[in-house]
Design a protein around this ligand. Structure first.
Ligand SMILES: [Zn+2]
Length: 387
């Protein structure tokens, strides 16, 4: 056994923990920070006020959708030009990924494309990022504790990553109260992304005992709380807390184990259909990937430990000690239906897109840790069923 585990320098979790920001900024010794937030600028006002009360100069930068290469380049110009000495990412996965990339590139020589995988030169980042703080306002992506930032190249219609241990946040503040007002559709999509990011690392071929522990605990919390957060999220603080923790655990797991075919497809789909929310795409794919993975494992590798792991997933999700792997896949499919998750066709994906998505999916880094190697035919079958 050999594994490593790397995460944010410090994690503060709890209701109201946003209030710890002022002290954290003081400890970091920053004077001028770039606050990267989502489309709704007002939501960041309390945070800006808090920082300013602490004597810190704040500049804001809005990232309205998933970060593109040009948005990140603009943010880097702003941070360099204003000589910011810190960055805060406040929002969903998109704002936090943008903050992560900006904090890093502002401190490294050259430009984004020098370092970006796939569409850029993929050079290694060499310098530590500007100290940066991640504060998620959704419960899904877990990107506050991951060491990659996903960026869309609109020109090439692909998603590519900046990847380095140097990208890790100095501090992650996970405050479930920030997710209280999320609308049900976003709660559903982001929550199912979190669930996917707990199941895929648990059954993948790079799982380790540390990520196993967080995956199992995270799945328990999603099982008991995602429906409740969807139905009554504004009042059910306990469900919001469970989901915030589950999302954080998914981030810890995916960064230190790996993912699988759901995310292997989510990357090329996100590049070709940038308006399709990542979580909704993952949710539509998850039950189909579980079904085809199980069939392929039984056919090619019947003694695989992954099959026993899928049984364990089923027992946790259903709460039934006698449940078997297929019951887990069915439970996920039922949950997607209850949470009104649309099929992939809703986002404009059609059968004509399948060959290119299969080709690009086969090359995606997330496809490699899938517990079984899927054939192009099996991959096409997954997409067909999810459309
Ligand atoms: Zn995801």
């Amino acid at each position: 056994m050999r594994f490593e585990f790397a995460t944010a320098g410090r994690i503060i979790f709890g209701r109201g923990s946003l209030g710890e920001l002022r002290g954290a900024l003081r400890d970091m010794g920053t004077r001028r920070v770039l606050v990267v937030h989502g489309a709704n600028a007002e939501r960041a006002n309390p945070l800006l006020e808090m920082a300013r009360e602490g004597g810190i100069e704040c500049m804001r930068f809005s990232v309205p959708g998933e970060p593109t290469t040009s948005i990140v380049e603009e943010g880097v110009r702003l941070a360099r030009g204003a000589e910011c000495d810190g960055v805060i990412g406040f929002g969903g996965g998109s704002a936090i990924d943008a903050a992560k990339a900006i904090a890093s590139l502002a401190a490294n020589p050259g430009e984004l494309l020098d370092y970006l995988e796939v569409v850029g030169h993929g050079r290694q980042l060499t310098k530590a990022s500007l100290p940066w703080i991640a504060i998620p306002t959704t419960a899904g992506a877990g990107t506050e504790v991951t060491r990659n930032a996903v960026i869309i190249s609109t020109e090439n219609r692909v998603k590519a990553s900046l990847r380095s241990p140097l990208l890790l946040a100095r501090l992650a503040i996970v405050d479930p109260e920030l997710t209280r007002d999320l609308p049900p559709a976003i709660t559903a999509a982001t929550g199912l992304d979190a669930l996917t990011q707990l199941i895929e690392p648990y059954v993948c071929n790079r799982a380790n005992p540390m990520t196993d522990g967080v995956c199992l605990e995270g799945m328990r919390r999603v099982a008991r709380s995602l429906r409740r957060a969807f139905e009554n999220g504004a009042a059910d603080d306990a469900a919001r807390e469970d989901m915030a923790l589950a999302a954080l655990f998914g981030g810890l797991a995916l960064a230190n184990a790996g993912l699988g075919a759901v995310h292997g497809f989510a990357a090329p789909i996100g590049g070709m259909f940038p308006r399709a929310p990542h979580g909704a795409v993952c949710a539509a794919l998850l039950p189909e990937v579980m079904r085809v993975n199980l069939r392929a494992l039984r056919a090619h590798d019947p003694d695989s430990a992954a099959l026993r792991r899928y049984d364990e997933v089923a027992r946790i999700l259903t709460g039934d000690d006698k449940a078997l792997a297929d019951d887990g896949a069915k439970w996920v499919a039922d949950l997607c239906a209850a949470l009104d998750i649309p099929k992939l066709g809703f986002h404009g994906i059609t059968g004509a897109d399948i060959p290119l998505l299969v080709e690009n999916g086969l090359r995606a880094s997330s496809m490699k840790p899938n517990p079984v190697v899927l054939t192009p035919g099996e991959l096409a079958e997954i997409l067909q069923a999810a459309i």
